[in-house]
Design a protein around this ligand. Structure first.
Ligand code: ADP
Length: 459
């Protein structure tokens, strides 16, 4: 195989950024092939720039470009984060449609494609990541590259009825057909996209995951992303993890812990989750004084108004629940707006009786997989998972819930809290098997195998 060329908005050029799942997976793939990673340097400048910064680390080359202030505002904050992110999470109501921003988005895709194309060599495999670069297949073709290009979408892909709300939907779909392989997190996302291709682009299903549209063929598959399962399992028994368990244990005083850990984002279903916790205490008085719910959610992208509103809603709901039910020695629902280190989270997951992962829509969701790997096999906690997280297709042994149905969610929490040890173990073993087998290395190999086999076919 030739070199692997990765393109993503942010890279792992900074060794400190090599902790997340994607960063680790791409980093390891690049190291083994001596690859190149293109992306944004993280710096802002006055004018769009053709200059790049090249760094080398462990045989991997990083080619980084600055964004101009206008590019950052229009391509990144506006089009990617305020149009694509909400629409792809089925929230057309939150999208701030903006055709000027789309023009800048397209221009940034083309500018980076030109940078990449200048440095590509025959035999290279290109792997593009995420919603920042939906047009990159087409942009690379325009820049003269005719080798294979893989694309992986880390967030959901909406049904055609929702996708069509994007004024630029046809342009985007046509450009996406410039990719040779398109990977989605779930079968649901994959079928949303292929249905759009068939209904709107005269696409044809040729079998074996291959589709024809716009006079080209594309392999379209689901590749559910995994975590580094073994290393998260190990993280849960480190000293740092034990210290975090011990600290929260002092607060719990023998009560059962129900835990949620999310970025504060409207896709995570936090108000609905808090409502469900309120209903738990309304409907199941036996939980009073015996359960503590802790939600960890550090603010993200706090510039955007919706996040401020979300924070206010959460403060109001937590205030209501604690006011109604709290006692001198019991805080029913704690909400910590900060982040914790990986080992600390692993320690908190390990001591929790219930993990609440109830996004309204999520591409995959890694927190639920981390929760599974952190459990003590002799006394595992129960995972409550939204049926609208991509992970629900794999983690069928979790207690699956509709995150909009707060009464049923309260019932599920109570069910999890009273679940006998045998059933907890049975469910957990099934979950652990999937998370361990379909880990991050499995995901990477599965995707790259398809990308490479295509290159062989073409060659
Ligand atoms: P998303 O990518 O939408 O934020 P995921 O569940 O796929 O959601 O991934 C989130 C990652 O960020 C996980 O690895 C998780 O451990 C980490 N994370 C989420 N919330 C926090 C937090 N409060 N503190 C530290 N890490 C967090």
């Amino acid at each position: 195989m030739g070199r692997l060329i990765a393109i993503s908005n942010r890279t792992a050029a900074d060794p400190g950024a090599r902790a997340g799942g994607l960063a680790v997976a791409v980093w390891e793939s690049l190291k083994s092939t001596g690859g190149v990673w293109f992306g944004w340097s993280g710096d802002l400048v006055g004018q769009p720039s053709r200059s790049v910064r090249v760094l080398k680390d462990d045989g991997v080359e990083f080619v980084l470009t600055d964004l101009s202030h206008e590019e950052h505002d229009q391509y990144y904050l506006q089009y990617a984060n305020s149009v694509l992110w909400p629409v792809f999470h089925y929230r057309v109501d939150l999208a701030a449609f903006d055709s000027d921003a789309f023009q800048v988005y397209a221009a940034v895709n083309q500018r980076i494609a030109n940078l990449v194309a200048e440095r590509l060599q025959e035999g290279d495999s290109v792997w593009v990541h995420d919603y920042h670069f939906l047009l990159m297949g087409d942009s690379l073709r325009r820049a003269g590259w005719d080798g294979s290009i893989g694309f992986f979408l880390h967030i959901p892909f909406p049904p055609p009825e929702v996708f069509r709300a994007l004024p630029e939907h046809q342009w985007i779909a046509r450009a996406m057909c410039g990719f040779s392989v398109i990977g989605f997190q779930s079968q649901q996302d994959r079928s949303n996209f292929t249905r759009y291709l068939i209904e709107d682009c005269k696409g044809k299903d040729l079998g074996d995951g291959v589709f024809e549209a716009f006079n080209t063929t594309i392999k379209i598959e689901a590749y559910p992303i995994g975590i580094d399962a073994k290393s998260f399992e190990e993280a849960a028994t480190t000293q740092k993890a034990a210290k975090a368990s011990e600290r929260i244990g002092r607060f719990l005083g023998g009560r059962n812990l129900v835990i949620g850990v999310d970025r504060m984002d409207y896709s995570k279903g936090l108000p609905e989750r808090f409502e469900a916790v309120g209903r738990l205490f309304d409907d199941y008085p036996e939980t009073h004084g015996s359960v503590s719910v802790t939600q960890i959610a550090p603010p993200s992208r706090s510039k955007v108004d919706e996040y401020r509103e979300l924070r206010q809603t959460l403060d109001r709901l937590a205030g209501r629940i604690n006011g109604d039910y709290g006692d001198l020695d019991w805080i029913p629902l704690r909400y910590l707006a900060r982040s914790y280190e990986r080992e600390e989270l692993a320690g908190l997951f390990r001591i929790a009786r219930v993990g609440l992962v109830t996004p309204l829509r999520d591409g995959m969701n890694l927190v639920c997989k981390e929760f599974v790997m952190a459990q003590d096999e002799a006394d595992p906690g129960v995972l409550i998972l939204s049926e609208f997280a991509g992970a629900a297709e794999q983690l069928k042994a979790a207690v699956l819930v509709n995150p909009h149905d707060t009464r049923k969610m309260a019932e599920a929490i109570n069910h999890a809290l009273t679940m006998p040890l045998d059933e907890r173990k049975q469910r957990w073993e099934a979950l652990r098997d999937v998370v361990t087998k379909q880990d991050i290395a499995w995901w990477r190999k599965k995707f790259l195998k398809d990308l490479e086999s295509l290159q062989v076919d073409q060659g």
